[in-house]
Design a protein around this ligand. Sequence first.
Ligand SMILES: [Zn+2]
Ligand SMILES: [Zn+2]
Length: 205
Amino acid sequence: MEKINEVVFIEGLGYDSNIYLVGDVIIDTGTGENANYVFSEILKSGISPEDISTIVNTHCHFDHTGGNSLFSADIMIHEEDAEPLEKGDSRATAAYMFGKSTEPVKITKKLQEGDKISGFEVIHTPGHTRGGICLFDGEILISGDTVFANGGIGRMDIGGSYDDMINSLEKLQKLHAEYLLPGHGPWTDNAQQHVTMSYQMARRF
Ligand SMILES: [Zn+2]
Ligand SMILES: [Zn+2]
């Protein structure tokens, strides 16, 4: 558990995505397979897992959404990634790749570009999946599986598209973010440099 300004970073264990907390909002929840670790990290940050009011999923994949069931909280996801969770579509969530299945859940709110959550704005960044989002507060970019540190980008063969990815990376470059908090791997400062590197890498494909 680490803090970057007001954001709590919980490093993903095993196949889990990284998990972020902003107040009582949790952003991505990992697979749900490492509940004891996740709960103890949340407690270390000073809040109780029962107090989490809202889950924001950066996209539908199982390594981010499998843990939604650990919390009794409102569930949000971009409207274009909602259906796989609502229908329990283990193929679209890629749960089958982990030898798991996705149970249907009720989505409380389907997010759109420009929605605001605890000071963060929703930025629709398709490419890794159709309904992938990033969250940005003017400084911190929580980037899901769109961009990773050191020029990484999310794979585009499980519900994504190369053209969408290029457009999304262009969009993220215009933000001039300071901190990059990705869905996997380390967080970093100098976010703009990392986003630019990812864009340049992607354009070479
Ligand atoms: Zn992921
Ligand atoms: Zn993913």
